[in-house]
Design a protein around this ligand. Sequence first.
Ligand code: ZN
Length: 426
Amino acid sequence: MVQRKYLIVLTGIALSTFCQAQKDYARKVVDTLASPYMEGRGYTDNGDKKAATYIHSQFKSFGLLPFGTDYEQYFKFPINTLPSKVEVSVNGVLQPPGADYIVVPNSCSMKGTYKVKRLTRTILFDKAKLYEFTHEDLKKQFILVDDTGVTDKKEKEVFQGLVYNPFKAKGVIVLCNKLTQEMSDSVADYAFLYALRKSKFDSATTITLDVENKFIKSYESQNLIGYIKGSVQPDTFIVFSAHYDHLGRMGSVYFPGANDNASGTAMLLSLAKFYSEHKEAAKYSMVFMSFTGEEVGLLGSKYYVEHPLFPLSKIKFEINMDIMGTGDEGITVVNGAIYDAPFHDMQRINDSLHLLKLVKPRGQTSNSDHYFFYAHHVPSFFIYTMGGIKAYHDIYDRRETLPLTDFDNVYKLILNFAEDISEHRF
Ligand SMILES: [Zn+2]
């Protein structure tokens, strides 16, 4: 490998600083996208469309070019939502949604009061007891899954399988220590809830539900893609991506998704802003992709790589950003363990500019939008920040508590890394 100097020539002027105006801009993006108006950027109350309209306006203000007639790339997918009523009572007492429980959105509509039967390790792994447990008609009852005392890996797997309702109960409540909401593209024939172990659900003997689901067979959503034309080699591309969608609503509560991924969108837009103000820094064409459908299963990026707007082989590098809101413990670079040379470049940039506490390599994962690029042989990194607040896929991932601790340092690292990719061949 050739020894390189890390002198930031062209972009150095701006890269050594991250001024108040830049900070203010990133904060404003997070505050806007995580606001109640955006409805959690899901598929109820046009949350995704409101977010897309905002991102469109930002792209436009930076003068980004569209590949076709506009930035939007539309496509459709099925989605189950809980847009209106989600009310759950335990032993006759109404429970706080989002705080003590979540209804997972593969649940069907349900209205009524049902008996709750507790399923523990002692019952599940004892044939006689399990026979007795399942002998009763569970179709009209809820199972309360309590995995206390389960440490064995195989036992854990059996417990995890209970979310699929193998005993055909009316509903399943899984006790847990942290609520983590998901998305679903299908509807089950039972209700599925997660509830905090330390909540009233732990002592539930009856449960009363008034839940309404709305299944949308073909919901139209949109990716947004814009670029700054390269000044030296415009037919080669560096792609920055971040998903803007989140988990939407669950009845009366919404999931703000400040860290996941209003923060990544703020980074994407900050980078777009930088290149729009420093066009000379874009030797290659710099592409900005704002994906939808990530939380449903990487749908936006999957659709994109299957319907690319320019040949994927022309992408020099793809940098995906998801969860940019902290950084106290540094960053993890997914694929850093695969693309050795670029990763070491990033580490050296970090060391020489004294940016982050740690730049940690990780192998391949399929947990964000870099995945389908990587699967299509596009060199790609997925960067996420570590440390700080632990809110994730819950109602506490809020703008008010998102610190953006090392946002400026991650920004500098990414810009310098992109500059380096332009300068060198890996
Ligand atoms: Zn995310």
